[in-house]
Structures are given as C-alpha cells and as structure tokens.
Design a protein around this ligand. Structure first.
Ligand SMILES: *[C@@H]1O[C@H](CO)[C@@H](O)[C@H](O)[C@H]1NC(C)=O
Ligand SMILES: *[C@@H]1O[C@H](CO)[C@@H](O)[C@H](O)[C@H]1NC(C)=O
Ligand SMILES: *[C@@H]1O[C@H](CO)[C@@H](O)[C@H](O)[C@H]1NC(C)=O
Ligand SMILES: *[C@@H]1O[C@H](CO)[C@@H](O)[C@H](O)[C@H]1NC(C)=O
Ligand SMILES: *[C@@H]1O[C@H](CO)[C@@H](O)[C@H](O)[C@H]1NC(C)=O
Ligand SMILES: *[C@@H]1O[C@H](CO)[C@@H](O)[C@H](O)[C@H]1NC(C)=O
Ligand SMILES: *[C@@H]1O[C@H](CO)[C@@H](O)[C@H](O)[C@H]1NC(C)=O
Length: 536
C-alpha cells in the first residue's frame, strides 16, 4: 500500500511544490531550540552496539549530561542488517542489538532520553546498508513504532535522473520525506544531510539552492563536510575550523525551528588541546548550533564534562531567539562575533585563530552598542564580571582559545544596531569603505572600514565613515552623505542578495557595483550581521 501512497505523493509533489505546514519553519514548535545529545559516528563509526548505547545513556545520567540538557541518544549508520525483512521492513543487526531497537528505545526513554536514528535517501546508506528509496513511508512508520522521534537522513547514493538535475533529485527525495513526516501524528524531527553533498564546490549556486529549501522541510541540516572522525588522518582543529567557517556563511537561514548543523562535538579527540575543545563548544553555543557529542562518554575526563555542562554557554545555545552569532571582524589572529539574546543581552565571542598568545582591543560600537554607558559583562567561562566602557580589551588570549562575554545593557543604552562584516560568502572578501567615497571587496583585515551597520530603515554605513551611506548610482556603488533617498535603502533576502530599493538591482562583488539580481549567483550572495531583517 505504501507504494501507491508514494506514487500519489510524488504526483502531488511534481504538480506543484506545495509546502505542508506541519514541520520545519512553518511549525517552529517542533524543535524550538537546537538538539543536544549523543551520536556514535565521529567516535565509533560502525563499531556500534547495544552495550555502547546502554553504557552511554547510563554515563550521561550519572555524569550530569542529561541534566545539563543532552537529552538525545542518536544512532548513526551501520545499525542495520544487510537486507530488509520479507515484508519490506528494515531490520536491525541482531548481533549488535540482541534485545532489538524497540527495547533500546525503551531503555533510554526510561532514563529520560529521546531516541534518534539514521537512514539514507538513496538506495543504500553510505555504509552500504539498505537505503530508504522507495520505502520512505514504511520506514517512517517503522521508526515511529520503535519509539524513535528523530531522523538523520543522509544523502549517499542519490543520482540525477528522470529529467531532474542532481539538486532537483535531492529536493524531490527530501520533499517526499517532508510530506510523509508532516502527515504523522507525531512528526519525527528531520535532520537533512542534503546540503553537505553540494558544499565546497567552485560554484556555490547549487549549495545555496539546497540551503534555500532545507528550512522548509526539516528542523536542522548538515550543511557541509563531516567533522574529523576519531580514527581519521589530519588535524582535528583544522576540521573544526573548516566546519566553523561553513557555518559563518549560512547565518541568514537560521531561525527558531530551523538550525544550521556544523556537526558533532568531539571532546575526546586526542588531537585537541583543552583550549581547542573549549573553543569548539563555545563557538557552537554562540551559533545556537546542535550540541551533539560524539565521544566515549564514560571515558571523558572531568575537565571535559565540566566545560560540556557549562550552564551559561548552554543557555546561550538554547536561547529562544536562536540567533546565530555572526562575524564582526576578522584579522590575522582574531575572529570577533556577536549576536543578541532573548533578554536583550549582547553576546561577544572572540576566537584567537592564530598560533601565538595575542591581545586585542576594539570599540564597543563594533558590538552594535551606542557607547556612552558602562556595561557589565560576564565571562561565561568562570562567571567573573567585568566593566566595559568605550572599548573591549582581550588580553593574552592563548592560541585557539575563545573568550565569551554576556553583556547586559543598561536601559538607556539598550538599543542595538546590527553591526559586522558584510562579505561575499563565496570569495570571503569583505566590503571595504575607502576614504574617497568608494567601496571595494578586499581580504578581511579587521579595520573599521570593514565593519558595517545596517539600520532599521535599511541604510548601510561603515564604522569608519558613519555619516556616509552605501548608495547605488547607476550601476555604481559608492558612499554618499546619508539622506532620505531610496538609492540608500537595501533589503536582505534569505537567498543572500542585497537589493537596492531604488533600482531593484543587487550588490555584486565583481566590479563592486549593482547589477540585475540573479538566482544564487556567487558574486551576489552576502553574509550580513545577525539582527538584520531577512526577507523570505
Ligand atoms: C561494543 O562497542 C564498543 C565500542 O566500539 C566496544 O568497545 C565493545 O567491545 C563492543 N561490545 C560488544 C559486546 O560487542
Ligand atoms: C552484524 O554485526 C556483526 C558483529 O559485529 C557483524 O559480524 C556482521 O557482519 C553484522 N552484519 C551486518 C549485516 O552488518
Ligand atoms: C515485518 O516483518 C518484521 C520482521 O519479520 C516484523 O517485525 C514487522 O512487524 C513486520 N512489519 C509489518 C508492518 O507487518
Ligand atoms: C534505486 O534502485 C532503483 C531500482 O534498481 C533504480 O530504479 C533507482 O534509480 C535507484 N535510485 C537511486 C537513487 O539510485
Ligand atoms: C553555477 O551553477 C549553476 C547551477 O548549476 C549554473 O546555472 C551556473 O551557470 C553556474 N555558474 C557558473 C559561473 O558556472
Ligand atoms: C598556524 O600554524 C599552522 C601549522 O604550522 C599553519 O598551517 C597555520 O597557517 C598557522 N596559522 C596562522 C593563523 O598563522
Ligand atoms: C576568569 O577568567 C579571566 C580570563 O581568563 C581572568 O582574567 C579572571 O581573573 C578569571 N576570574 C576568576 C574569578 O577566576
């Protein structure tokens, strides 16, 4: 019967791209804040079994991780038998899971966890086990009957066909799953790996296109490369930085109900220093990213448990506005990021990417604050309070360490203007103001001329020349004294374009000009500061 259902659904889908309002951003109540929990993949890959999950669940309870919010136990690839049952149902590997997955689901649920699983949208999973292609409805029912409420759907073994491009085929497969999940009485949380299959190309159009639809179909998306696995070759820190970087390109998509997923926390990776592990956690929390630990929990050191259960940073991660911190500035050593929190506080996250201990200082205006007040900032690593006046000073930050301040704003200084880098997400070049009224795209250097403010009327000005606004004049873009003119009003779209209100044309990196708005063209897709209104 499910195959008839599926044909009907496929017909409905190809006739129109209707979106059912049951899951994803149309129903942000399904997953209001990013998921937290455990997944076996990066630590154990296919070496998984019942004992591992039982021991993990028990250890997460006894070591305080469940209480801290890590409430999900998720299986990744390789849990299955190589074939489906005679009636088409998926089966678990009975050697690995002697009591079966429904038993394991009950076991973890009795201890307070939710239970999640992995499948693939193609004919086979990445590990070569049965994929869901052609069995979507049956598999969804099977998972629900096993007590599962979360599905990570991978994208191995999907090919362009039937007149569809590869991107269209992925869209078709994930849309079908979305329809099925939306029709369930309790829709599974849907984690979509589709964008990861389009990241890292010389041409980002398809990647952006996939990113445009994932928030409509599910609650989170694995948007890029996998984090380095425990047994993998290479630098774990470099891998964290690669995924961090990808996440900075996608802030415009995140909102309550949909989260960008830069992949697992790997706190027992032997290649990481304590500062690096703590940075990984603090950066992911600053992004309001999923916090899914892939480690041998019973073997974690107390120091690891201590940072993973940092209540202040978890509160940031789980903040109900779910704003993703965005880059204020970037120089050779420091990435400075900021965002707002639901109670009006401002977050400041400073990462030393460099290889030496370093210090930096910058004006509070970079955080979108007016200045002229004394602000109280809480160091989220140790709770100590400091006062901030005109400038923020970060002294002697060790290499790869991160400082995080939660800054409360006195009532008379509580207004915040979205402030930060305006950069092309393909080239990573920063929009730069020059002193003679022109703009260009240059390597990011951390100067005020690359820090932009976008006010509520859509005017854009740099901190270096605050009285001048970004203006479209003919095909040119320049800085001119701020006035009441539509040629200085810009709107930002979730597709990443910055459109000028007077001409309707879009900011374009090549030639630093405006040109006809294209669809997800590399030269027209920009990252803007958090807090800028994003139009659908
Ligand atoms: C279960 O998996 C863990 C982690 O890979 C391994 O150490 C352990 O020996 C396995 N146990 C069984 C009973 O297979
Ligand atoms: C099931 O697990 C056992 C034990 O690890 C392994 O030998 C066997 O190949 C697995 N079967 C499948 C289908 O993966
Ligand atoms: C299909 O077969 C499996 C294994 O024999 C069984 O556990 C399952 O309940 C069956 N599913 C349905 C929908 O009948
Ligand atoms: C899966 O297998 C079916 C049947 O062999 C084939 O028609 C289809 O193209 C395959 N789908 C994918 C996504 O590989
Ligand atoms: C980039 O990819 C898109 C979609 O596949 C394509 O339409 C476009 O022509 C490509 N752009 C360039 C410059 O190759
Ligand atoms: C830090 O050192 C590594 C290894 O020597 C090098 O690859 C990297 O470029 C350096 N990073 C910076 C920011 O200087
Ligand atoms: C907290 O950490 C900061 C930065 O490392 C340090 O300057 C401060 O003295 C610490 N405060 C406490 C109470 O440990």
């Amino acid at each position: 019967m499910h195959s008839i259902m599926q044909k009907l659904l496929a017909a409905a889908l190809s006739a129109s791209s209707i979106l059912v309002a049951r899951a994803s951003i149309e129903n942000p109540t399904l997953l209001q804040t990013p998921p937290m929990g455990f997944n076996n993949w990066a630590r154990f890959m296919c070496d998984l079994n019942e004992t591992l999950f039982v021991d993990t669940a028990n250890s997460m309870v006894s070591r305080g991780l469940l209480d801290a919010g890590y409430g999900r136990i998720n299986l990744d690839d390789c849990w299955m038998a190589y074939s489906r049952a005679g009636n088409g149902s998926l089966q678990w590997n009975e050697t690995l899971f002697p009591h079966g997955l429904p038993w394991l689901g009950k076991y973890v649920q009795q201890r307070g966890f939710k239970f999640g699983i992995y499948e693939d949208s193609g004919n086979q999973t990445c590990g070569g086990y049965p994929g869901s292609y052609g069995y979507e409805e049956l598999d969804a029912e099977t998972f629900a009957s096993w007590g599962i409420d979360y599905l990570k759907l991978d994208g191995c073994n999907v090919y362009a066909k039937q007149g569809r491009t590869l991107e269209e085929e992925y869209k078709h497969r994930y849309a079908l799953w979305h329809e099925i999940l939306s029709g369930m009485s309790n829709p599974l949380i849907f984690s979509e790996s589709a964008p990861a299959y389009f990241s890292g190309s010389d041409n980002s159009t398809d990647w952006y296109t996939v990113m445009d639809w994932v928030p409509h179909y599910g609650e989170l998306a694995r948007h890029s490369t996998d984090i380095l696995v425990y047994s993998g070759q290479g630098s774990a820190w470099d891998s964290i930085m690669v995924n961090y970087e990808y996440n900075t390109l996608l802030a415009r998509y995140q909102r309550p109900g949909y989260f960008n997923d830069p992949d697992f926390l790997i706190p027992d990776h032997p290649g990481l220093s304590m500062d690096e592990k703590r940075s990984h956690f603090a950066l992911w929390a600053s992004f309001s990213a999923p916090l899914i630990i892939s480690a041998y929990i019973p073997g974690l050191k107390d120091d690891d448990i201590a940072f993973l259960t940092n209540d202040e940073l978890i509160k940031v991660d789980q903040d109900r506005m779910a704003q993703q911190a965005t880059l204020v500035s970037r120089d050779e050593a420091f990435d400075v990021l900021t965002r707002s929190l639901a109670n009006g506080d401002r977050l400041l996250t400073v990462l030393n990417r460099g290889n030496g201990t370093a210090s930096t200082r910058f004006n509070v205006k970079r955080l979108g604050l007016d200045g002229g007040c004394t602000y109280t900032a809480k160091d989220l690593w140790n709770g100590s309070l400091i006062k901030i006046r005109e400038s923020v000073e970060i002294a002697d930050l060790p290499p790869h360490a991160t400082t995080v301040y939660r800054i409360s704003l006195p009532r008379r200084c509580s207004s915040v203007v979205p402030t930060g880098m305006l950069f092309n997400t393909a080239s990573k070049n920063c929009l730069t103001a020059t002193s003679h009224g022109t703009v260009s795209f240059e390597a990011c250097n951390g100067h005020d001329s690359q820090v932009w403010q976008v006010d509520s009327s859509g005017k854009v000005s740099s901190l270096a020349v605050r009285s001048e606004c970004l203006t479209a004049q003919g095909g040119s873009v320049l800085l001119a004294p701020c006035q009441k003119t539509k040629s200085q009003v810009w709107s930002y779209s979730v597709t990443g374009v910055l459109r000028n209100a007077a001409s309707g044309s879009c900011l374009t990196e090549a030639g630093s000009r405006v040109s006809i708005c294209g669809f997800e063209k590399d030269s027209q897709v920009f990252g803007l500061p958090s807090g800028v209104v994003v139009d659908e």
